[in-house]
Design a binder for this molecule. Structure first.
Ligand code: DP6
Length: 332
């Protein structure tokens, strides 16, 4: 199959969170966000459009995808078909290099890889910005996994916003700062409430408006301290942002609780170790696992301590990752 294309996308961890959409269908967020791509956490996806197919075929980790996931992938393929003015159905195979059951199942790396592979397989030659806009519509945080390194994703600001206004761009390349993410896996369960439902529920929290009013100041500070590579000044805002995300979720209607008992144990431990001089700061996505940001030279010691905590099932370590890219290692 001549159009067969494979791409690799990295997961990312947000410093400033995406929580709530201005336009849920287009996934245009309520606020700008900042993240770091994760070198060690990838999705590899192969796409081939084939005239012989009468429907899209979607495989994840060598199994047929569940219906909900398959439908979301088909919708994304249809966006690509519309851009390429084709009707052809595709075969898609995708694999994560981290355990799917770890609760890290990453729609960011998945939709970044799918966007790069499907666009090229369909004969499109999209710019990084166009790929980010495309990936965003599959999963918001995937917009940030298209460019490399430390990334910011801009919300559309105009009253008459358009989809083209919301895309991600590199703030700083991955090799600019050897910041390390030590990920404590505290629950093997797939998360109960997906981010998409979380975004939809966000406006029901009485605190969302207050957050959005205050966020530009925190954003500015996080952006500046990221560029300054100053973990000491960045860290407290990373933690405040994570707590705020979960506070919003817990105060939504209906409330969403992502934390597990192990989550609280890890947060307590990080605070205690920091008081003793091991400088590390936590953040969390919409799930129970804890991401701990630390200087590269402290990562091994931190990982050793995290592994010994009760309730921690596994620990992954990652430095900053590059952009989503084409690969020659096809999955079929
Ligand atoms: C808490 O990008 O997973 O991780 O657009 O519905 O796929 P969808 O949501 P998603 O939301 C990510 C939410 C978050 C914060 C973040 O990564 O910014």
């Amino acid at each position: 199959m001549s159009n067969k294309t494979t791409a690799i996308g990295h997961s990312n961890i947000a410093f400033i969170k995406y929580w709530g959409n201005r336009d849920a269908k287009l996934r245009i967020p309520l606020n700008d966000s900042i993240s770091m791509n994760l070198d060690a956490l990838t999705t590899t996806t192969t796409v081939a459009f084939d005239d012989a197919l009468d429907q899209d075929i979607v495989q994840l980790d060598d199994q047929p995808a569940d219906e909900k996931t398959a439908a979301r992938v088909r919708e994304h393929l249809t966006r690509v078909r519309a851009l390429a003015h084709i009707e052809t159905r595709a075969r898609v195979a995708s694999r994560n290099n981290f355990p799917a059951a770890a609760g890290l199942a990453s729609s960011a790396s998945a939709f970044a890889a799918l966007s790069v592979a499907a666009a090229r397989a369909a004969g499109l030659d999209l710019s990084e910005r166009e790929l980010s806009i495309l990936a965003r519509q599959g999963s918001g945080s995937a917009a940030r996994s298209i460019p490399g390194g430390f990334v910011e994703w801009l919300a559309a600001k105009d009253v008459n916003y358009t989809s083209e206004q919301s895309y991600a761009r590199t703030l700083m390349p991955p090799d600019a700062w050897a910041l390390t993410d030590v990920i404590a896996l505290v629950s093997p369960d797939a998360k109960k409430v997906g981010s998409t439902e979380g975004h939809a529920a966000a406006p029901s929290s009485p605190f969302l408006a207050e957050r959005l009013a205050r966020l530009p100041m925190r954003y500015h500070h996080v952006r500046r301290q990221t560029l300054a590579k100053n973990l000491t000044r960045l860290g407290p805002d990373l933690e405040a942002e994570a707590i705020e995300l979960h506070m919003l979720a817990m105060t939504s209607q209906p409330p969403i609780f992502y934390w597990a008992p192990g989550t609280v144990r890890v947060l307590d431990a990080v605070r205690a170790w920091r008081a003793e001089g091991l400088e590390a700061y936590y953040t969390l996505d919409a799930g129970p696992n804890v991401h701990i940001l630390v200087a590269q030279q402290d990562a091994a010691e931190l990982a050793r301590r995290v592994r010994a905590l009760e309730g921690v099932q596994d620990v992954l370590t990652s430095g900053p990752g590059g952009a989503a890219r084409v690969s020659e290692d096809h999955l079929f």
